[in-house]
Write a protein that binds this ligand. Structure first.
Ligand SMILES: Cc1cc2nc3c(=O)[nH]c(=O)nc-3n(C[C@H](O)[C@H](O)[C@H](O)COP(=O)(O)OP(=O)(O)OC[C@H]3O[C@@H](n4cnc5c(N)ncnc54)[C@H](O)[C@@H]3O)c2cc1C
Length: 411
């Protein structure tokens, strides 16, 4: 059995950043990173945006050049999956038969794209998007003038539809919700986005589901539940992920909703020698006073780093306000806070003017802000405001008045 001080399972963003975090605190402790993928650690946002459209190469996808891991004595074991964690013996079994001993272990196993199990879901030409290979497959199948169906009206679906339209495909989007990004944005922003999508040639079919995919040896048609049949050359399913937490479950670690791994403020699981970070980790968030789990880039990035540093002995709590971003055609926005539940928004600026912030409230308290094109000096106060979670009646009128300096609201 080979023994390491630190073992990381997962070569996504959280795993990769954890290896960096360990090295910031402990320059010597033996470290192995096990990843089921045949790649150095990488991040996924470019896969639905610049990498998919061909504007960016793999250099925008990998976290570090390969030489970084060698220079920092981080052994990356790629193309190999961990099959078992034994917390009592403190070791991990790999599918190539190796057993790695550890002192501290990180689970950063993320998730895999869900494939809606409708008839024809496994026909060639039907894709999901999670990995570099998935993005390569979609790029290869995509070509100007081809007809694509994108399933899903949340982030992955919206970003893929935008990218495919930019590659000059004829794109239709279907989703069961009543409007684009329904759970995340208010109606006025959905409408604004829908106009943009349609202006770029994307046909949007809300409240619609595909019943079956058909074709002879590859996908050729989609039958929708509204009775319509669409001819297609490719289909991308952007219908969410399933967490890969079987290792944690089988090791007897405490799990929460959707099989998420429950961690404390130090990102430690119910076993003090095992940490978890990224998409799989449900942590106690101090701003909202509840457990959060977020499937976004910034959380994986910061939690990975924090978990690595904590494993190496730094022991600081994870307190960062959740943040994410998205790019849809020429529209980029950022979000701070927790938008899983909200019932009211306040708009500052105008959507048409391209510079606005939507402040979200849930039961009278601020829970987040979505901002696009706002002046730089508002970035900090926005985050301070969300952290302070002021009551709606105290701030709504001032927020909507651009004449009121945001900084005066956070004093
Ligand atoms: C196409 C796409 C675009 C995105 N765009 C954005 C965006 O614009 N903004 C944003 O905020 N977020 C975005 N996200 C979300 C963000 O990328 C994820 O939140 C982030 O990747 C989570 O990182 P992670 O390290 O927790 O998990 P993952 O990235 O899923 O990495 C987990 C890794 O663990 C490996 N693994 C799993 N099980 C095992 C095992 N048993 N043994 C070995 N290895 C294993 C997997 O193969 C994988 O490499 C996007 C996601 C996708 C897929």
């Amino acid at each position: 059995m080979e023994s390491y001080k630190y073992v990381i399972i997962g070569g996504g963003l959280a795993g990769g950043r954890a290896s960096e975090g360990i090295r910031k605190v402990d320059t010597e402790g033996t470290t192995a990173l096990v990843t089921g993928e045949h790649h150095m650690p990488y991040e996924r946002p470019p896969l639905s945006k610049g990498y998919l459209t061909g504007k960016e190469g793999l250099d925008h996808v990998y976290l570090k050049e390969e030489v970084y891991y060698a220079q920092n004595n981080i052994e990356v074991i790629s193309g190999v999956r961990a099959t078992k964690v034994d917390p009592a013996a403190r070791n991990v079994t790999l599918d190539d038969g190796r057993v790695l001993g550890y002192e501290k272990l990180l689970l950063a196993t993320g998730g895999h794209a869900w494939r809606l199990p409708i008839p024809g879901h496994d026909l060639p030409g039907v894709f999901t998007l999670r990995t570099i290979e998935d993005a390569d497959g979609i790029r290869e199948a995509a070509g100007a003038g081809k007809r694509a169906l994108v399933m899903g009206g949340s982030f992955i679906g919206s970003e893929v539809a935008s990218s495919l339209a930019q590659l000059e495909l004829n794109v239709a989007m279907v989703f069961p919700d009543t409007r684009l990004l329904e759970r995340i944005v208010p109606e006025e922003l959905s409408t604004f986005l829908q106009v943009k999508y349609e202006a770029n040639g994307v046909r949007i079919l809300a409240r619609t589901k595909p019943d079956r995919l058909e074709g002879n040896g590859k996908v050729e048609r989609v039958k929708l539940d509204n009775g319509e049949t669409l001819d297609v050359e490719l289909v991308v399913m952007g219908v969410g992920i399933r967490l890969d937490t079987e290792l944690a479950r089988d090791a007897g670690l405490e799990l929460g909703e959707k099989g998420a791994v429950v961690v404390d403020e130090y990102l430690r699981t119910s076993d003090p020698n095992i940490y978890a970070a990224g998409d799989i980790a449900a942590w106690p968030d101090p701003t909202f006073g509840k457990r959060l789990r977020v499937e976004h880039w910034d959380v994986a990035r910061r939690q990975g780093l924090r978990a690595g540093r904590n494993m190496a002995g730094e022991e600081k709590p994870y307190t960062t306000l959740p943040y994410f971003f998205s790019d849809l055609f020429d529209f980029s926005f950022e979000v701070w806070g927790d938008l899983t539940a909200w019932d009211q928004t306040v708009l500052r600026g105008t959507l048409e003017g391209g510079s606005f912030a939507l402040y979200y409230f849930d039961r009278g308290r601020m829970v987040g802000v979505l901002a696009a094109g706002r002046p730089d000096q508002e970035r900090k106060p926005m985050q301070v405001l969300v952290k302070a979670r002021p009551p709606y009646e105290d701030v709504a009128a001032k927020l909507s008045d651009e004449g009121v300096d945001l900084a005066t609201l956070v004093e």
